[in-house]
Design a protein around this ligand. Structure first.
Ligand code: GRG
Length: 298
């Protein structure tokens, strides 16, 4: 089934929610508050594929029988806030030192390093403010816990730390590289699906399937990201291409070769599809999204 029209409609809903919920200080706020909000919006609204909010909405819809009246959009925006913060910090001179992101100058290039650091910090905080403001009781706690676990030192930030150590030291083994991808990238995709499931009232079995799908999808997503870095151009990616090879970085593409890396990404996607199709609601739209991510060009 072709979900292109649904995808376009969901994207518009996500971008509308970001425009509505992204921080906007009152006009009489001091210059610092206005500058910070402008910086946060610059990065949040630069575009981007909106993969994490899209997965959350898709999982919500599949499971939505149990919890009528829950609006999944604030949570979807919160997930994009955490993702955007991680990109802003990843681009800083002390990390990847990149000039281009989402087809625009990176935030520290457009503003300055201090503003980029603070805007990233503020986006992370904003995510938890959204969760605490828009959801109540057990659901609010479960969503916050899921997002905090994914963004923690044990997962997103820990994966990034390991990635940095691997760049500085001996090339990582296949197992170490998998660890980096599962934490730096897959953790937030997994959390997006689980948050969607939680908002939709999914039971333990469905949540376990969403977790498994997110893990597989996240691994495939980062492998495709590595392949695109090696094969696509800067204009199509909206970020600097060829960075991994230039930095001598070990990736799935360099470690296994491009054909094997493509095969592993396809296998991981197939495993994600299996998990989606086992969901009580059938998982047709999440499965379509997973295939789209495997075959993407940026
Ligand atoms: C420094 C405290 C501190 C935290 C930072 C930088 C960081 C933690 C984590 C890095 C996480 C990271 C950059 C992972 C890479 C994942 C990845 C493939 C990102 C690109 O995602 P896309 O393709 O980007 O979804 P768009 O722009 O489309 O949203």
């Amino acid at each position: 089934m072709d979900f292109s029209n649904k995808f376009t409609a969901e994207l518009a809903r996500i971008n509308g929610a970001i425009a509505r919920l992204a921080p906007a200080p009152p006009a009489d706020a001091p210059a610092g508050g206005r500058r910070l909000a402008e910086a946060m919006r610059y990065s949040l609204q630069a575009g981007g594929k909106r993969v994490r909010p899209m997965l959350a909405l898709a999982a919500f819809e599949v499971c939505a029988a149990g919890r009528p009246g829950v609006d999944p959009l604030p949570c979807a925006v919160a997930l994009e806030c955490v993702h955007t913060y991680s990109l802003i910090h990843d681009d800083l001179p002390c990390m990847d030192n990149d000039d281009l992101r989402r087809g625009r100058p990176t935030l520290h290039k457009r503003f300055d390093e201090a503003t980029a650091l603070l805007a990233g910090d503020a986006l992370l905080t904003e995510a938890f403010r959204l969760m605490a403001t828009h959801y109540d009781g057990d659901l609010s706690r479960a969503l916050s816990r899921t997002l905090a676990d994914a963004a923690s030192g044990a997962r997103l930030i820990g994966g990034q730390m390991q990635d940095i150590l691997a760049e500085r030291g001996a090339p990582p083994s296949a197992a170490e590289l998998e660890y980096i991808h599962l934490n730096k990238t897959a953790a937030l995709l997994e959390a997006s699906l689980v948050c969607g499931g939680l908002m939709g009232g999914a039971g333990e079995d469905a949540l376990a399937l969403l977790r498994e799908a997110g893990r597989r999808l996240g691994l495939a997503f980062q492998i495709v990201d590595d392949i695109l870095d090696a094969t696509a151009d800067t204009a199509s990616l909206g970020k600097t291409a060829g960075k991994d090879a230039a930095a001598g970085k070990t990736t799935y593409a360099s470690l296994h070769g491009l054909p094997s890396a493509r095969k592993i990404a396809a296998e991981q996607t197939a495993a994600a599809l299996d998990a989606f199709r086992s969901l009580p609601g059938g998982g047709a739209f999440p499965a379509w999204l997973a295939e789209r991510l495997l075959n993407r060009k940026n």
